[in-house]
Design a protein around this ligand. Structure first.
Ligand SMILES: *[C@@H]1O[C@H](CO)[C@@H](O)[C@H](O)[C@H]1NC(C)=O
Ligand SMILES: *[C@@H]1O[C@H](CO)[C@@H](O)[C@H](O)[C@H]1NC(C)=O
Ligand SMILES: *[C@@H]1O[C@H](CO)[C@@H](O)[C@H](O)[C@H]1NC(C)=O
Length: 598
């Protein structure tokens, strides 16, 4: 994980780093920082490259990386496959070697298409005087851009300095990679980006570039290269088959164990276990070396609510991490207010018994951090201990008070979430920031003691709900428009996950000098899930906690999970109770006033 940034100026006016942005970049890459400037006098252009490296494995490889002919690469990514990288090689070095052998744009696009893993990058191709940049197919790494006072800025993370800044910064849309012909731009004195879109083999529809025009900086233009050059999508298209007429005289089966007696179901489950397990393996084995004698500290942590997505990641990580290494389970809770809570519980108790909820009726036992995710997290930990009793599972209770939330939101989180700015971005951004920081307490021998997770790799379950119909809006859509509607919804959601979640989560987690990894968004996992007909992934005629993410719940059962396999989805902002701290009348999509500074 790195912080990368590039400034491009077409006029000799002074061009320098924003010190705040520079500071934020350094937090992403605390181990080594370098700048390189490239200037051409006729026609004039100037590029400033700045890279800040987080050292993960092997020998430290400083960036920006420059080869003997003057090509420059800044790589904020991980190569998990596609390009051969041997154990003694560095992926940034290997990639630059490959890119430098490419004389043509199509060569560069084919190298980038072959990479499996998350990335954001900037590449200066010296001979062609061409500047390349972009994000991987899903947008798993952040890249922002703005054009202001004649200068283009590309950067992994920005800074929220004032309200007016908001219209200036945008996330670079993950629809393809972009290129600027620097000589042509200088002569025309304007920036035109050529976009080389991701396309699916066998599909003839080019993505609509007009859908991204809102995210293109003012004063710049994006065109699709007329030569038809593109990147090859790393995943197959979504299976849009509709089920045959359902036989209503057959009663629906909502018992997972019963469903698993069907051999076809079992085969589907086993093939998913296989791909997902490999995806987790790739993400937990390519790890930073631990300093000598530090073997009792975890290298991998999991954002952990005890729900099905994070439980499965924990069980699979357990298969691939040496038995003597602990695994950190990061569980975040925002402090409950006693008075408010009591009112709430009276209201709830009229409806139905609330199971995963603190017993708040008795003030003597009121525990302010027993939020729903804490309770399911503890239960999940017990299940993990049963499945893998030899393993040390560090269940890290991360407790956040309103005062601490306010301070750190203002100091840090607001800059990281930026340019996203809704109430939902605020809630999730804050919850993920505190969770991934990993400072809290663990319970040992009946006592709690302070604990700080040292794991540089953090697994998150993002992508499971979007692909396997985990959200309640899927249920709504299914009710109103059937399988067809559900398929459209799923297709749309995976398409927008970069702009909705991934850029933000990457910026937030990397702020701790840690790296987020997303097994559910592994190319092979997505391809596998895309190939399955929708009714194998979810059956929304079945109750909540069973039919949503059905295939994943079956998989959980197969791996030995008990109660956690049938927990209904609870969104992080509610599970951690951060949403409870704030004004109850605001909507998730409203602009969040708490994110505004100065
Ligand atoms: C390459 O070097 C960077 C910076 O030192 C490091 O973070 C990364 O993990 C290395 N990659 C490999 C595959 O060793
Ligand atoms: C498309 O890309 C090729 C190769 O980089 C370039 O020669 C050509 O000018 C581009 N076409 C347009 C319309 O910009
Ligand atoms: C529908 O299900 C019933 C009960 O299992 C079965 O007897 C019947 O043959 C099925 N009909 C069709 C058309 O498959």
């Amino acid at each position: 994980m790195c912080g990368i940034s590039c400034l491009l100026s077409l006029s000799p006016a002074c061009c320098e780093w924003d010190t705040r942005v520079y500071e934020h970049l350094k937090r992403r890459g605390p181990d080594c920082s370098h700048d390189i400037t490239v200037t051409s006098s006729s026609p004039f252009y100037q590029c400033l490259f700045s890279a800040h490296v987080l050292h993960m494995r092997g020998v430290l490889t400083p960036q920006p990386l420059q080869d003997s002919t003057g090509n420059i690469l800044m790589w904020n990514g991980e190569i998990f496959g596609g390009l051969p990288v041997t154990a003694t090689e560095n992926d940034t070095v290997v990639l630059l070697q490959r890119l430098s052998t490419c004389g043509s744009a199509s060569g560069i696009l084919s190298v980038l298409s072959s990479v499996r893993g998350p990335w954001g990058f900037v590449y200066y191709q010296k001979a062609a005087e061409y500047l390349w940049f972009g994000r991987d197919f899903f947008g798993r790494r952040s890249l922002l851009w703005k054009f202001e006072a004649g200068i283009l800025t590309l950067t992994s993370v920005a800074a929220n300095l004032c309200q007016s800044d908001e219209s200036v910064w945008h996330e670079v849309p993950a629809v393809g990679v972009y290129g600027v012909d620097l000589r042509a731009a200088s002569r025309a004195d304007r920036l035109t980006f050529e976009v080389y879109p991701w396309t699916c083999t066998g599909a003839d529809d080019l993505p609509k570039v007009d859908t991204i025009s809102e995210s293109v900086p003012n004063g710049c233009t994006v065109v699709v290269n007329q030569s038809g050059l593109s990147l090859t999508s790393p995943v197959c298209r979504l299976n849009v088959a509709l089920p045959e007429l359902i036989n209503h005289s057959q009663p629906p089966v909502d018992d997972l164990d019963h469903l698993l007696t069907n051999t076809e179901v079992m085969d589907d489950v086993d093939s998913l276990v296989h791909v997902l397990s490999q995806a987790v393996r790739r993400r937990v084995q390519a790890l930073p070396l631990v300093p000598d004698g530090d073997d009792d500290r975890a290298s991998v942590a999991i954002l952990f609510s005890g729900g099905i997505d994070s439980m499965i990641l924990a069980v699979l990580a357990d298969r691939h991490i040496p038995a003597e290494k602990p695994i950190d389970l990061l569980n975040v809770a925002f402090k409950l207010q006693e008075k408010k809570k009591q009112k709430q519980s009276v209201k709830n108790s009229k409806k139905k018994p609330v199971t995963a909820e603190a017993d708040v009726t008795d003030p003597g036992t009121f525990r302010p951090f027993d939020v729903p995710d804490r309770i399911t997290g503890k239960a999940g930990m017990k299940e993990l201990q049963q499945i893998s009793p030899e393993r040390r599972w560090n269940f890290v209770e991360i407790n956040v008070t309103p005062e601490e939330l306010k301070t750190l939101r203002g100091e840090r989180i607001t800059h990281l979430v930026w340019p996203l700015d809704t109430v939902l971005d605020d809630s999730i951004g804050c919850a993920v920031w505190f969770a991934s920081r990993g400072s809290g307490v663990i319970m040992e021998g009946g006592e709690t003691r302070p604990f700080s997770s040292s794991a540089k790799v953090i697994l998150t379950g993002i992508g499971a709900d979007e692909q396997l119909a985990g959200y309640s809006r899927h249920r709504v859509r299914f009710k109103t428009s059937g399988h067809q509607g559900l398929i459209q919804e799923l297709d749309m959601e995976l398409g927008r996950i970069s702009s909705r979640n991934l850029g933000r989560d990457d910026r937030v987690i990397s702020d701790h000098g840690k790296e987020a990894r997303f097994p559910y968004l592994d190319e092979d996992v997505v391809s596998h899930l895309n190939s399955l007909p929708v009714w194998k992934k979810a059956d929304l005629s079945l109750p909540r906690g069973v039919g949503d993410k059905l295939l994943l719940r079956l998989l959980g059962r197969r791996l030995g999970l008990a109660e956690s396999a049938v927990l209904p989805k609870r969104a992080m902002q509610f599970g951690s109770r951060i949403a409870k701290m704030e004004d109850g009348r605001e909507k998730a999509s409203d602009k969040c006033t708490r994110l505004l500074t100065g």
